[in-house]
Design a protein around this ligand. Structure first.
Ligand code: UDP
Ligand code: MN
Length: 435
């Protein structure tokens, strides 16, 4: 009996030694298996990894020696690093797991740069950012590089909300944080040129600068970055953001920015005086004419006459084969595609940003707006159509109906019309996005 007991003890001893030396079951191996699947420098979300990390003794802020460089700094606008963060994790035995890692921009990483502004957070903004990041991660099939322009009050929530969605969808992305004040300092000349014409109640410099960042983003980002997309955080994706990046391939050599039309009569309102002086202008008119919409309604309708009387049908058949002249309702800056290379080398754009030119442009159209960068894009796009690629409205389906109840109920629907399968909803003026 004693001999059997002794034998069992010896066997279990061997088993323990074998297990202890085995690579198969070690955490290290498991970590490496996962690690290889994700690029170094990415934020990686994988439940298994997260669990491992949670059980490990996580050492934070201790990665200076690691060869791939784990960055725990804010990326400064010129590509250097500033400010400390605490989002990089490292487990014992020198295994770097990209569970949550910030990286400075590196053109080797990828070219799917998405910029989002998240500042002065409150509960409402948190909810918006949650839906934004959730829908972005749910659909994306590419490893995006998210550039979050934030402030000290909002950064923690932004990171937490992001990590939550990364875990939920088991996706991996890169991200970089920027301080809004550093960014604002790079564009003071632009803000000063624009504020008198495009800000309603000029507040403090910094609160207004936020709404002009896109115009000077090429000065803020890494000089090697060739393209990027700025998106409001009150948007919800209904498709893979990769397809939005594919729109860049349709840019002509002159196109610097890509924006979708404004879907309300706001510029009809702002351009009231100009339109009175030039009644033939299409500036401030809806993209689709009412005749076009009537015609479309008619052919899409199953009822015999589509609910139209004879007169309207006669009118429609007159227009049927005619080329429909589109109006120019202005542009919405909730989604802005930016060809940074083109922007940097455009003398015309550099000139257009100057105070003298902005003043000239605003005076020409008797323009006094309140929507920041999008007011400028709207004027620029009318003056120099070739600079702007016209993004389809399905990529920025705005939902705000404020103008419908404020004097424009009769024409609102012609502006609001957007055909096709919606790819991005934009819940502007705090409108709820449909589930
Ligand atoms: N934003 C922000 N903090 C604010 C206000 C705005 O970070 O206090 C950012 C946010 O990304 C938001 C964008 O600026 O989506 C533009 O503002 P908003 O979407 O509210 O304007 P709207 O689309 O309703 O005109
Ligand atoms: Mn918005």
């Amino acid at each position: 009996m004693n001999k059997i007991l002794l034998l069992l003890i010896i066997i279990s001893g061997f088993l323990v030694i074998f297990y202890a030396n085995s690579e198969i079951f070690s955490r290290k191996t498991l970590i490496n298996v996962f690690h290889k699947e994700f690029a170094i420098g990415a934020i990686v979300a994988n439940k298994t990894i997260s669990n491992l990390i949670d059980n490990e003794n996580v050492i934070q802020n201790h990665e200076e020696k690691h060869n791939e460089g784990v960055f725990k700094r804010y990326q400064k606008s010129n590509g250097n690093e500033i400010g400390a963060i605490n989002g990089s994790y490292r487990v014992r035995r020198n295994h770097t797991i990209g569970h949550a890692r910030k990286v400075p921009y590196n053109s080797r990483n990828n070219d799917y740069n998405i910029f989002v502004i998240y500042t002065k957070e409150n509960y409402q903004l948190q909810k918006k950012f949650e839906l934004f990041s959730k829908s972005l991660l749910k659909y994306t099939t590419v490893k995006v590089h998210l550039h979050i322009i934030t402030d000290s009050k909002s950064e923690t929530t932004a990171e937490e909300l992001l990590k939550e969605q990364i875990r939920r969808y088991h996706k991996s992305i890169y991200y970089t944080l920027y301080y809004v004040h550093d960014c604002a300092e790079k564009i003071t000349d632009i803000v000063h040129a624009m504020m008198p014409f495009f800000s309603s109640n000029p507040g403090s410099y910094y609160s207004d600068a936020l709404f002009y960042l896109s115009l000077g983003l090429h000065r803020i980002v890494d000089p090697k970055m060739s393209r990027g997309i700025l998106i409001d955080c009150d948007v919800v994706f209904r498709t893979d953001v990769r397809f939005l990046f594919e729109e860049f391939s349709k840019f002509s050599s002159d196109n610097l920015f890509g924006l979708a039309p404004e879907l309300t009569p706001v510029y009809r309102h702002i351009l009231y005086r100009f339109r009175a002086n030039y009644p033939q202008t299409n500036f401030g008119s809806p993209y689709y004419s009412s005749a076009y919409l009537l015609h479309n309604n008619l052919i899409n309708s199953n009822s015999v006459n589509g609910g139209f009387n004879r007169e309207s049908i006669r009118m429609l058949s007159k227009h049927k084969h005619k080329h429909i002249k589109h109006g120019y309702p202005g542009l919405n800056s909730g989604v802005v595609l930016m060809n940074f290379d083109g922007i940097r080398s455009s003398k015309l754009y550099a000139e257009a940003l100057k105070e003298t030119y902005v003043t000239k442009l605003a005076n020409k159209y008797l323009f006094k707006g309140h929507l920041g960068d999008q007011d400028f894009y709207t004027l620029l796009g009318y003056e120099f159509p070739s600079l702007i690629y016209r993004l389809d409205c399905v990529w920025n389906r705005q939902l705000c109906t404020w103008w419908k109840d404020h004097g424009y109920s009769n024409v609102f629907d012609t502006y609001f019309h957007c055909e096709g399968k919606i790819k991005i909803y934009h819940g502007n003026c705090n409108t709820r996005v449909p589930e």
